[in-house]
Design a protein around this ligand. Sequence first.
Ligand code: APR
Length: 247
Amino acid sequence: MPRDRRQGRVAVGLDVFVLTGAGISAESGLGTFRDADGVWTRHDLSLVATPEGFARDPARVRAFYNARRANLATAAPNAAHFALARLQSGLAARSGRLFLCTQNVDDLHEQAGCVEVVHMHGELSATRCHACQAVWPDRAPLVADSACPACGATGTARPHVVWFGETPLRMEAIADALEESDLFVAIGTSGSVYPAAGFVAEARALGIRACEINLQPSDNARAFDERRYGPATEVVPAWAAEVLAGL
Ligand code: APR
């Protein structure tokens, strides 16, 4: 790794940047978006996942996210989530780091024991006031007349989820972590939504090795140095064990 990229690094040992997508939670019973039975084959995303959709029909948007909150309440982390938690603590014990950036709005990484998870597309288990931008933990159904605990406005509660046309969260921290990493790994993502889909090109431009783990080749599979295909619950634990064994 070029010396200037190492300056200010958090980790002295192996520094792994992992990007996860809906595929890692598929075997936990949470649907993906673009597979044959995916969420966007059943719902029009312009109606339920855009600021314009919320302005037009907030009740429809609340119902959509209330169903997703109910689904999450019945889900549990799977072997892939637990493998990443083991890898994170194993790397930390050897002065390394696993920086976990997820596009997922579920909290299954945290439930499995991962720490400092960066949710670039927000969190389903939180509500945001679209008047004052306050964010608070909330797993209950969203209702029309709830009052914001910070500013008291009513009817302004929305899920703390980044919609199409909105800017993903924590992008500066993500860029810094990507730049400092030794290895970039994308898990369970179709590589079709930017900016996350562009991380592999950014990593490669920095000379960072890139690995894809997915059920099948993603849209940008050819951009990766290494590809491993199969269900996340099988491939991720095997890959994580290899990384730990090699430390
Ligand atoms: N193991 C591994 N990968 C899987 C599994 C599995 N068991 N099941 C499905 N996959 C793969 C699919 O092959 C697909 O490539 O997971 C990927 C899921 O892709 P998408 O449904 O497009 O989900 P994601 O990439 O996370 O979507 C990105 O789009 O709508 C937005 O905000 C939403 O964060 C989401 C973003």
